[in-house]
Design a protein around this ligand. Sequence first.
Ligand code: NAP
Length: 464
Amino acid sequence: MDIPVYSLVAYLVAAVLFIIGLMRMSTPKTARGGNVLAATGMLIAIVITLLLKEVLNYTMILVGIAIGGIIGGVAARTVKMTAMPQMVGIYNGFGGGGSLLIAAAEFFRYANLTEGFTVQNSITIVITILIGCVTFSGSMIAFGKLQGLVKSRPVTYPMQNIWNLVIFIAILAMMIYLIVSPGNVPVFIALIAVSLVLGVLLVIPIGGADMPVVISLLNSYSGLAGCAAGFVLGNMFLIISGALVGAAGFILTRIMCKAMNRSLGNVMFGAFGAVVQTTGTAGEEGEKVVREATPEDVTTLLGYAKSVIFVPGYGMATSQAQHHVAELATLLEQRGTDVKYAIHPVAGRMPGHMNVLLAEANVPYDKLYDLDDINADFERTDVAVVIGANDVTNPSARNMTDSPLYGMPILNVDKAKSVVVIKRSLSPGFAGVDNPLFYMEKTMMFFRDGKQAIIEILDEIKNL
Ligand code: NAP
């Protein structure tokens, strides 16, 4: 495609806006502005692309923009924060599907041209087909698992990875065939079908709770698919923006794996969560004894504390307790208590889950502390209030080598002078292991739904 110079300059400006936007997204304070910059870059790129002479049918494009815009606008307004991972998942899938359709359209266009395929466009088309198909079908399964439409537990069967390897080799053979003798429609259709199957098979053995990592990886794939589609079309902006998404998604995937102390290979092929998880009960559990607290006990402890650290986790998200937690923190501060929030990088079920929820409750950013910045403070803190967090506070991650959590950096909640844990039972968290923190002498277990617990404490503290 012959692209005029003004378009190339505009694409470059758009790409620079993308990069600055991404940089500004690295801290919550500048993230909104970063988003606006990146969106402006995208708008410039879309307008410039629509001005290209090759655009043949503006009506179709306007209808597409209207339908997509309405679906996107309604989803952004109505989808709940806790359902964000699956929304990102399905959008990644559409990104992959879009790249797949572009590559298929180009395949059939070249197949009908007399000059036909060059080696370069055959290579870019088959690569785009593979990545686009795997991203599309894999993302649909990831979406289904998170939405509860597909069985969330890992689906495993004998020689699973060997079968996947065999399928991958078959795909490679078809790709090479299509490069050497391009334009063969049955082989091309078979390549699409088998690549779609590979996407499904790669995601079904992964447990539902690992899906956020997979979605982040598929996000990276959708960027690579877009980048490959950029090569197919010879569109510089698509190549740059796809590469940015690909790299950003991969970096995020690495950060999540590192914070969970799991390798990407373990997430992808380890079938984490396939084991039957154990559940505990309140009261005595073998030799272990827990101290069960009443709202009055917790209120008295908090009422006389000079320093309190809130440690939110997945249970705060499911019970939607963030607004009440923020209200309790404000009340404590009015009584002269120093209040902080400790944020573990993988607390909850998606990156930044706790930051987003607490920002929604208008908790100031400077009260949120990352693991490395707060861990030393616990031993100087009167009360640590764990609300719906479990794995990210589990001390066995430090020394129990057979624990799935071994090596994961944790919040040093057990070092605080007193600990209050708010959750509904002694049930384990995502990793399925018991938490010795619950049985420590300094720990009070307040067995409640997260929001209900804070409401009860608020009622008490107002009368203190
Ligand atoms: P967690 O270890 O999964 O524990 C959450 C706890 O919340 C559960 O033990 C549960 O206990 C409690 N809970 C659930 N519903 C509740 C409610 N309505 N009210 C009060 N409590 C409730 O959570 P976490 O400490 O946040 O750790 C996150 C885990 O997810 C880590 O293992 C991490 O590796 C993994 N993970 C995170 C991400 C990410 O991006 N953040 C991605 C993938 C995996 P009860 O049932 O007894 O109430």
